[in-house]
Design a protein around this ligand. Structure first.
Ligand code: LLP
Length: 404
């Protein structure tokens, strides 16, 4: 993604052309970028040869999932819907792990039927439930237990999952009890210790702390875990100048941890695989002079991209066509939804814009479309994929007819 003669391109296709043909708001992904991210991830962790399970919640598009599968990844799912989609996308059951604190009987039943790699249980009640279902089916089910390591991920509080106040995983004490319990079970086969401390992690230190907790705990259990599932959470550079997680450093920490262990590492990355492969192209409906600032009212809104409203997350906004205009303006980019939080960003010294101009909201490939809604009865945006300079429609624009 770059500018050519001041025009924004996605894999050699002009964003303006795409907007004219497909209308806006428009989610647009670059295959090249996804591939680059996967290769980069694999390269950095090549010494530990992990099983990489793409976190479907970050982007549940069937065609993108199929591309990700072709690049060799499995899937991390958290609902029956995601599990069915992963299978439909061609991902093999033996590369699928299932997390989540509230798996229902129906979900567990389906996961057992499909023989997925692991159900990562998050409570004693869930383990008893899996055991009960497995018993009635006369099956032995492979499970993991998710530990809450009480480790601060140093990220936004809303996307932290590994501290003791969070609902995820079990405490060390319960973990030890459950290891003992599963050892005696005829229908459960404990294979994995899983953990996921949060998302958008930008430094290796929280991971280092988490690994220390795992080391200590594994010694206490005196149990051989065939798999250690370290979750995802690897952060990306949303600001275009941020220091991000050094994957090599993280890999080194894991290599050390794995000495004398003979366990296979599983990762569940979402954002680091898909976030920077996607942009949201939007058109300016109106420019409105406020008391103190000018509002750029876009045709994309918080229902299309919820992260800024939900977490105060910042996404870069850039023009589709750079102009030569020397005069700059301060703008607040907002959507048409009737909420004051329907605001993307306030940007100083932006090039002067006019109504009908197009802009690009960057790095929306993860938790963009997947968090979108029909709030204000707005249809969901269209999604396209650029692959080898060809444009594929990978999700049609929702029609009002289907909503009304
Ligand atoms: N594994 C588990 C168990 C998870 O809960 C998550 C994300 C992942 C893997 C993938 O994490 P990633 O590599 O993408 O950071 N909506 C928020 C992010 C929520 C993440 C939830 N869990 C956002 O827009 O930032």
């Amino acid at each position: 993604m770059k500018y050519r003669k001041k025009n924004f391109l996605i894999e050699n296709v002009f964003a303006k052309k795409l907007a004219t043909k497909h209308a806006t708001p428009l989610y647009c992904y670059s295959y090249k970028k996804i591939k680059q991210n996967v290769l980069n991830f694999k390269e950095n962790f090549k010494n530990i040869n992990p099983l990489i399970c793409f976190s479907v919640k970050s982007n549940p598009n069937k065609i993108l999932l199929n591309e990700i599968k072709r690049l060799g990844l499995g899937a991390d799912v958290v609902s029956l819907g995601e599990l069915m989609l992963a299978l439909k996308s061609g991902i093999k059951a033996d590369k699928i792990v299932f997390s989540g604190v509230g798996k229902t009987v129906k979900e567990i039943d389906f996961a057992i039927k499909k023989k997925i790699l692991l159900i990562n249980a998050e409570s004693k009640s869930e383990i008893l439930n899996i055991e009960k279902i497995a018993k009635t089916k006369n099956k032995i089910v492979n499970i993991g237990i998710r530990l809450n390591p009480n480790t601060d991920a140093n990220t936004l509080s809303q996307i932290s999952t590994g501290k003791k106040e969070n609902k995820f995983g079990v405490s060390e004490k319960i973990f030890l009890d459950l290891v003992k319990y599963t050892k005696k079970s005829k229908n459960l086969k404990l294979k994995c210790l899983s953990v996921h401390i949060g998302s958008q992690i930008l430094n290796h230190k929280p991971y280092e702390k988490m690994i220390r907790v795992l080391n200590r705990l594994i010694k206490k259990t005196n149990f051989h875990f065939e798999y250690i599932d370290l979750g995802g959470g690897m952060g990306i550079d949303y600001k275009n100048n941020q220091k991000i997680l050094n994957l090599k450093k993280y890999s080194k920490i894991i290599e050390k941890f794995l000495k004398n262990k003979n366990s296979k590492i599983i990762f569940e990355p979402g954002r680091s695989i898909i976030a920077n492969s996607g942009v949201l192209i939007s058109k300016i409906i109106y420019i409105k002079e406020g008391y103190k600032k000018d509002f750029i009212i876009l045709d994309a809104a918080m229902n299309d991209l919820m992260r800024p409203a939900l977490y105060g997350a910042e996404h870069r906004i850039i023009p589709v066509k750079k102009n030569n205009n020397k005069s700059k303006k301060d703008y607040e980019f907002v959507g048409p939804v009737c909420e004051s939080t329907d605001k993307f960003s306030t940007i100083r010294n932006f090039q002067k814009l006019k109504e009908n101009d197009l802009i690009v909201i960057c790095d929306v490939g993860a938790y963009g479309m997947s968090l979108s809604s029909n709030y204000n009865l707005r249809p969901k945006a269209k999604e396209i994929l650029i692959k080898n300079s060809k444009t594929l429609v990978i999700n049609k624009r929702q029609t009002l007819k289907s909503l009304i």
